[in-house]
Design a protein around this ligand. Sequence first.
Ligand code: FCB
Length: 446
Amino acid sequence: MKVTFPEGFIWGVATSAYQIEGAWNEDGKGESIWDRFSHTPGKIANGDTGDVACDHYHRWREDVALMKELGLHAYRFSISWPRLLPEGRGRVSAAGLDFYSRLVDALLEAAIEPSITLYHWDLPQALQDQGGWPARATAEAFVEYADLAARRLGDRVKHWITLNEPFVSAMVGYLEGRHAPGHSDLDEALAAAHHLLLGHGWAVPVIRRNSPGAQVGIALNLSGQTPASPSAADRAAAWQRDGVINRWFLDPLSARGYPADIVQHYGRPMDFVQAGDLEAIAAPLDFLGVNYYTRGVVRSSVVSEAENAPRTVLPNPERTEMGWEVYPEGLYEILGRVHFDYRFPALYITENGAAYPHQIGPDGQVDDPLRVAFLKEHLAAATRAIAAGVPLRGYFAWSLMDNFEWAHGYSKRFGLIYVDYQTQRRVLKTSAHWYRRVIAANAVVD
Ligand code: FCB
């Protein structure tokens, strides 16, 4: 059966600045926390850095041409904050602005709608030196940056995403320490999460003012958390995990404040929350962006294995190269849950995709059948959500091309387009050719 999408459905791909641009210190760009982190020995697999990455800063014309070849309707990319504001606030880099301005023009010329993410994890190091996201002043700096970007680009860019995955910025960066700036402090992480949300909420009206008619939203990493058994202990553990990952962000964005059970679970003073903050964070949005990769299957750590009920939910043994369970139904589940519980005016899948090994044939073609299968099943799940009444307006595949996968460096490839990092040659994988046909048909094709 042919699975089709509604008319006007937006087909896109996503990338982020640090993962593809390179040119880390060119044309006056300031240092970001990811420059600092990747230059710190031992932080990134194989000692990789984003210094060159996909060299997109120099090859953007070629990359836009490839996007046009795919027939994309939209391109989600992020702005490197320190490329625009090398010290984080104050002095503006004209070269930085020019880069994004030309990119936007080239996209529009190719009939591809630009969708800008303002913050995809690369905080100016100068702001980290003044306290980073745990400091309230960083939220103020973010609004100045959002104001500048929307003033200069908002005449042409009508799709804005304030933050990418504030959970990951705060928790992986300031608590788990696997991402920049590499700290391990729960109070810092909670303050960081709050100031990220606050900066977001303050920025929403500023973007709207500078970019009339714009759609403004945020992208969250959301994933259902399934109890490993129906035991009370597993159900409580799964609900708590859900609170930490999903509700901690969805609830305050929806004017419900922070979830009381998780506030209690953290047991911290939360004294960074000031009068008026929660109202600001709940600024009405035009859409919510959902980044979906996998689900969690949660087993209680409070009750011992012997006392707990036998596991009844076993993860699908099929995993991506990240070790993440392949669970397409989870996309249907999370879209439905978010829509029926929270009622944002529209939803976009702002990221979905998989890392898989590829094969380069003797003819130079790059085959990735597992990625095609992964995307097919997830798109089918998305159509089931639409049929159930979810206002899903578009889909952005992660990612346009192989790129710097954070702490994994270049070892994990998520691209529809293969990148030979030695020569910077790009080759459309089987999945890219397939995606072109999906877009043309507005349907899941074979
Ligand atoms: C998401 C990030 C994105 C990419 C994918 C695989 O969490 O937003 O930059 O790394 O994971």
